[in-house]
Write a protein that binds this ligand. Structure first.
Ligand SMILES: NC(=O)c1ccc[n+]([C@@H]2O[C@H](COP(=O)([O-])OP(=O)(O)OC[C@H]3O[C@@H](n4cnc5c(N)ncnc54)[C@H](O)[C@@H]3O)[C@@H](O)[C@H]2O)c1
Length: 267
């Protein structure tokens, strides 16, 4: 029987206190026996989230701030030793046309989604090198890295940068045995997606129900745990020959031309 065993290993999840993808990643790692270190900018949420998993620890901090990144990794070094994986999950996105973004809004998004992810990866890799250890990175991208919609151009470009970093860093880190991969989720079942959908429909629940039937080839709702399960695969030795890749977790959303009912045969 093939099983993923992450016991005796430690994993740092940025933005891990969120109700979306991060919660599924925490659940999946904990289910495979791994110890989780939950980072989040919201210290209270990080504390509360750490209470849900055995031996979990919260390490609050803002990953977009270079001093905070340094502080996070010095705590890890002093108090927890080496960590075996970094999951760069913290990310923000808001719907606005690129020509209407302010410079402050652009910087805010890029400082978290791209620069923060790179600063965390840099600190993690340098710690591995100092300690002569091997660990792996999994970045959280999005289907928007490849196909996108109006009002998502800045977010889409940030996620394309995440995938570029994933490919490029995988080449640079390969000789050390460090793998760097990504997952790109579609619309997952999450509170914030329900809230976001309120901008375009009066009935988000029905919209989500219909969207999975119309726009996905698989007709079930994608869960945060589906994302977490792919992440544990990428952290484990089962994926030892996979690096620089992005696994799309979209239930067939991006392969479908228009919608399931775009062309319907008469008989
Ligand atoms: N929800 C989806 O459908 C979906 C789809 C594709 C990709 N994603 C990606 O998944 C990741 C998680 O998003 P989510 O939708 O699950 O959101 P979420 O809001 O549930 O989680 C994000 C967490 O990141 C934290 N955070 C924000 N800024 C931070 C910072 N500077 N430092 C540390 N933590 C910070 C927030 O406090 C929050 O807890 C993001 O990278 C997002 O782009 C989400």
């Amino acid at each position: 029987m093939v099983q993923i065993d992450l016991s005796n290993k430690k994993y740092l999840i940025t933005g891990g206190a969120g109700t979306g993808v991060g919660s599924g990643v925490c659940e999946a790692i904990a289910a495979c026996g791994g110890q989780i270190l939950i980072n989040d900018i919201d210290a209270k949420k990080a504390e509360a989230s750490a209470k849900k998993y055995p031996n979990a620890i919260s390490i609050p901090g803002d990953i977009s701030n270079p001093e905070e990144v340094e502080r996070i990794f010095s705590i890890i070094k002093k108090e927890h030793g080496i960590i075996h994986g970094l999951i760069n999950n913290a990310g923000v996105g808001f719907r606005k046309k690129a020509h209407l973004y302010t410079t402050t809004e652009f910087d805010h998004l890029y400082n978290i989604d791209v620069k923060g992810l790179w600063m965390m990866s840099r600190a993690f890799v340098n710690q591995l090198i100092d300690e002569n250890q091997i660990g792996h990175i999994v970045n959280i991208s999005s289907v928007h890295a490849r196909e996108t919609l109006s009002k998502y151009a800045i977010y889409a470009s940030a996620k394309a940068a995440v995938e570029g970093l994933t490919r490029g860093m995988s080449i640079e880190l390969g000789e050390m045995g460090i793998r760097c991969n990504a997952i790109a989720p579609g619309y997952i079942d999450s509170e914030q997606n329900m809230e976001a959908a309120a901008a375009w429909t009066n009935d988000p629940e029905t919209w989500f129900k219909n969207q999975k039937n119309e726009y996905q080839s698989l007709r079930h709702t994608i869960t945060s745990r589906d994302c977490g399960n792919a992440v544990v695969f990428l952290l484990s030795d089962l994926s030892r020959s996979i690096t620089g890749q992005t696994i799309i977790i979209d239930a067939g959303f991006t392969n479908l031309l228009h919608s399931n009912s775009f062309i319907t045969d008469k008989i």
